[in-house]
Design a protein. Sequence first.
Length: 420
Amino acid sequence: MFLQRVTSGGWPLILTAAVLFHSSPAVAQEALSPSAAPEAVREEPLPIEVLTPPPPEPAPAPLSLLETLTQARQALHIEPDAQEPRLTLGRTLFQLGDTDGAIDEYRTALRFHPTVAQAHLDLGTALMAKQDWRSAMTELQEAVRLDPALVQAHYSMGTIHYTRGNVQSAIKAYQEALRLRPDFAEAHYRLGLVLKVAGREKDAAQELETAALAGLAKAQYFLGNAYRSGQGLEKSQVMAITWWARAFEQGLPEAAQALTQLRRLAVLKGNLQTKQSKAAAEAFKNYCDQLWLDFPDLDQNQPTETVGTTLLKQGRTAEALPVLLREAYALNDISHAALVQLYEQGLDGQLPPHGQWVMSYLESTAADGSIPSRTALARIYAKGLGLAPDLAKAKSYLKGLPRDDVKRILDEVASEPPKP
């Protein structure tokens, strides 16, 4: 479920793009310029993303990379000028991290078959990994000349243009890739970033939305940022939460951090509460209310029910659990209580008690300052529910809690019979 973070040969794409959605176009352009980088990273290139060449068609039966390597070399021993084994050997070396070896194989293939577009594309991809932009562009241009329909070649050319600060050329290259393959989510995402640099915020938001709807976590995160700041879209904290939550569920750490910051603002009480914190709390409430729209077959009969608890009562456990988590992460006390009960008691043979997934939720939100989560953890550690009793840890969660809550938990622990 969790998405691994994609980084480039230079700066992480996620961090560079974060500059774009918190800056004016001029500042964003400056941030993308190599000369604008701090001294420690000034020699680093702009963010790139190298797509691994696809396997040859038709796809062979599953083999390990070493088995594929051996078979390709055996085939070339018999027929040194064979095209497919040579390209397969290059791709396998590239996947194994031997970029120089892959480049040698691609160049050997091109000596025998200079008009094979895919070989030029594969060589260009490997040269991008070496950050040899000029040579890579030459190979990609030749690939496109031989086969104008090579989507990956156009995409990679856009990446090189973007990396070198050629914004308009990057836009054209990504647009051509999308003309050939309209459902290419990564190209929509990258085009959105470049359009932002060009100052075309509305167009950028549209491209990010397309990529976000396709399920790309990075795009979901930046679309949330655009909604939070109102860049190219009508400002909406509810929509920001919606898209950050989707990216968070795919494991994107930047989305988790964005939600954490907003939650910490929303839980402020008393004299600490501000107009911004009230707005954040209201946004989380409205987000939970909008979850009903995802389940039009449910009736919102009782104000004491949420979507998650309603699904749970209907026996739709598989649907209920992720919704309960969404609602609880959005500071819904009813869903929080349901999760705590699931941790302590389980569910009718369907779920065992003491699930670590509930503990992860509690620990995360307790760190954000959620009093209900801190109270629940104090009770769990004090009573040893699913783990060894740890009164010291329980007391650490009790620090700063309302006096009545502290007394109630300590009284519960004192009244428990000793464990055998």
